[in-house]
Design a protein around this ligand. Structure first.
Ligand SMILES: Nc1ncnc2c1ncn2[C@@H]1O[C@H](COP(=O)(O)OP(=O)(O)OP(=O)(O)O)[C@@H](O)[C@H]1O
Ligand SMILES: CC(=O)N[C@H]1[C@@H]2OC[C@@H](O2)[C@@H](O)[C@@H]1O[C@H](C)C(=O)O
Length: 392
């Protein structure tokens, strides 16, 4: 464990969204978070000790990769294709893999399920159409709760989407809590901090003193690059950006990609994994290296354009998610954004575990009826809580 529960990591953190919301009874407890993101690479599991307002300690974290056949099975039902029977079969397998991830994590932490207040189970997004008030994350909360013997909060996005919100991003309230726990004095110049997650899709949280966090999906993250690499190299990742580094950006193709109407849409806004997949066929005629360079530049350019929707350009970008492991992408971001672009490890956070931790935090907020989404993060009409509770 990176810190003991008795020695708060963020003892000075004001509450999210505000210190006055903390009731006397707020108790910090262990919670597990589970995230299986749009990269379809596996399940991230993480433990935090928190009261859902501040984070007292980080526990260990784990990634449990999907076996190749599960990855293919998930791909086959994206968009809710394949029929309900096929979806139910994938959901069962996926839920059991999540259970194994929790069991491994608890064994590593030396905790039992009874010592965990709640598990936050995001599940796998297989369709996200907020404009049609529909989003679907598969994952059987009741099955997981019964197997683990502890409460599980799941289906985090539906309530927000039904209320007219985007149902994403959900992590901003956790970004806010982490940033509030940091003493920026003497460390940073004043100004706006952007927390950028480069997963399959990329999303940003903009944190400015005295203002509600603003958040939205910026555009593609790694998913287009992963799919391109799979087609051209047989491996679903451009490992360390090696392919993109050898290529040249095709300016005409990049122009076509950036002409997608998503970029002129005002936030709140969110994306599904494959929303740019059809348009990205415009790089098909390029060499493997040039295509990778152009798709990497697309991710970067989308982040640069995201600044148009921010009240102030960020003074620094803190990057989490798998994209920060890609040095070609990080170098291009630094050059394009022209301000410090750092992995979140510069703040002592774990950029691979952060999203999973966030679902532990969100589950704790569910238990206390605290809001998870806000008009400035998802466009919901008023701050609201979400998720469904399954008891063992
Ligand atoms: N060494 C590396 N070089 C290049 N890319 C990498 C490297 N390590 C991880 N990645 C990228 O990170 C991706 C995984 O990122 P992450 O786990 O943050 O995504 P996710 O959580 O599934 O997505 P999302 O946040 O959209 O839900 C991989 O698919 C890969 O593209
Ligand atoms: C519908 C859905 O699953 N969206 C994911 C996806 O992956 C990144 C980006 O798009 C983000 O908005 C969201 O996940 C993170 C965890 C979020 O809700 O904050």
């Amino acid at each position: 464990m990176t810190a003991a529960a008795a020695s708060p990591v963020f003892s000075s953190a004001p509450a999210a969204p505000s210190a006055s919301d903390v009731p006397e009874s707020a108790v910090s407890r262990w919670a597990v978070g589970l995230m299986s993101g749009t990269s379809l690479d596996g399940v991230d599991a993480a433990l935090i000790h928190s009261d859902g307002r501040t984070v007292r300690a980080f526990g260990p974290a784990r990634t449990c990769p999907y076996p190749p056949e599960l990855r293919e099975a998930v791909r086959a039902i994206l968009g809710e294709r394949g029929g309900e029977e096929a979806i139910a079969a994938v959901e069962r397998t996926l839920t059991d893999i999540h259970a194994e991830a929790v069991e491994d994590l608890l064994a590593a932490a030396g905790l039992t399920a009874r010592q965990v207040a709640v598990v936050g189970f995001h599940g796998q997004t297989i369709n996200h159409r907020p404009q049609e008030r529909h989003t679907r994350q598969i994952g059987d909360g009741a099955r997981l709760a019964a197997r683990l013997g502890c409460p599980v909060v799941y289906d985090f996005r539906t309530a927000d989407v039904k209320a007219g919100g985007q149902g994403a991003p959900l992590v901003p309230v956790y970004h806010q809590a982490l940033c509030a726990g940091q003493d920026h004095a003497g460390q940073d110049a004043p100004g706006v901090t952007a927390v950028l997650n480069i997963g399959g899709v990329a999303n940003v949280t903009v944190l400015a003193a005295g203002q509600a966090p603003l958040a939205f999906d910026t555009g593609p993250g790694n998913a287009l690059l992963d799919d391109w690499a799979l087609r051209h190299t047989g491996v679903a990742v451009d490992r360390d950006g090696a392919l993109a580094r050898q290529g040249q950006v095709d300016a005409a193709a990049l122009g076509r990609l950036m002409a997608h109407p998503y970029f002129s849409r005002r936030p709140p806004k969110s994306l599904d994994r494959d929303d740019f997949a059809a348009l990205a066929r415009c790089v098909d005629g390029l060499s493997a290296a040039d295509g990778a360079a152009t798709l990497a530049a697309f991710t970067v350019e989308a982040c640069a354009t995201a600044r148009d929707w921010m009240p102030q350009a960020p003074a620094r970008w803190l990057v989490c998610g798998g994209g920060r492991h890609n040095p070609t992408l990080m170098a291009a971001l630094r050059q394009r954004l022209a301000v410090p672009v750092e992995p979140v490890e510069s703040r002592g956070w774990d950029g691979d575990a952060l999203e999973a931790q966030a679902f532990a935090f969100l589950a704790l907020r569910h238990l206390d009826g605290l809001p998870q989404t806000f008009p400035e993060t998802t466009g919901c009409p008023a701050p609201m809580t979400g998720g469904r509770l399954a008891l063992p």
